[in-house]
Design a protein. Sequence first.
Length: 396
Amino acid sequence: MSSLLVDDIGELVTNDAVGGEGGPLGIRRDAALLVEDGRVAWVGPARDAPAADRRVDAGGGAVLPGFVDSHAHLVFAGDRAAEFAARMAGQPYTGGGIRTTVGATRAASDDELRATVRRLRDEALRQGTTTIEIKSGYGLTVADEARSLAIAAEVSEETTFLGAHVVPAEYADRPDDYVGLVCGPMLAAAAPHARWIDVFCERGAFDADHTRAILTCGQAAGLGVRVHANQLGPGPGVQLGVELGAASVDHCTHLTDADVDALASTRVDGGHTATVATLLPGAEFSTRSPYPDARRLLDAGVTVALATDCNPGSSYTSSMPFCLALAVREMRMTPAEAVWAATAGGARALRRDDVGVLRPGARADLVILDAPSHLHLAYRPGVPLIRQVLRNGVPK
Ligand code: NIG
Ligand code: FE
């Protein structure tokens, strides 16, 4: 069993606030961290550090849990740069471009899709993301959804069946038939490769009845629930997600007081909400839309996660530091809240307790910053501050 000691840490963010010490981020100073077999084996004062086979010198930089990006759409072909340019010249975002990407994705080979997924996963890893959820949703046939998920599952255990992204063109005049396909043969082919099911619940995509039907059959097939909810306008998605016990409702840009109350009502022991609100500021940035109000959710006691929504249409960024900086500047989050939401919050949105935290037993997924404190992630936006990433204790 080989061991590795990370020391000369400027500030260690553990997200393990034992007895409230170190604030909500559980910050330790003069700390060191021992890794054994890909797991955190020990955290404590540097002067008490055990001997180890190898050493990683953090050089006075801050050490944080790796980012947990709980919402990304990496399986696609082509890009939609022209659509982005049109938006920046005044066109609105409607989600209609999803069908453009569906066409390109269906035409792509497995190896082309695989190369894109791996390129984006590696891009995210270089920016500190050590866990990434990956959705299907640009295939929308039985075979294309199944292969999208099989390819996603090669690089992540957090895979999500999003056959209900939009109704594809060939079903445009018979959406009920498409819902039947999603709940029947498509779910059967997708479920072996997926942990979660998701629906784009929005005007122009899937209404409340369709969303409930699809999420319920996904649950019956053993998948956990997440929802794209209230992105482009108010709607039933958030409350439906709460009703069905969703791990996360994502976007949450247009919320009523009843939506916020419903989320807050899922509070469980320990003060977190069973349904997390996952905010995706890259989408508002890239569609030039108003940002969700994280402060309102946090003040109501709702657990908030931050994720990239990486996709070729509404948010073509894989950068958690970028999203974190947006959340601080535009969504009334403090830097500490944003760091927590991008690490521990993402873990909660995926119902994971082995990532997003640095305590004995957790996965040794961590980032070393080229900066002395977590504050610099928002304070120095756009600067590549990720000096080194360890995943499962292995330097990348
Ligand atoms: O989360 N809202 C639905 N799905 C994606 C957008 C996909 C696209 O435009 O291609 C999202 O924003
Ligand atoms: Fe999305």
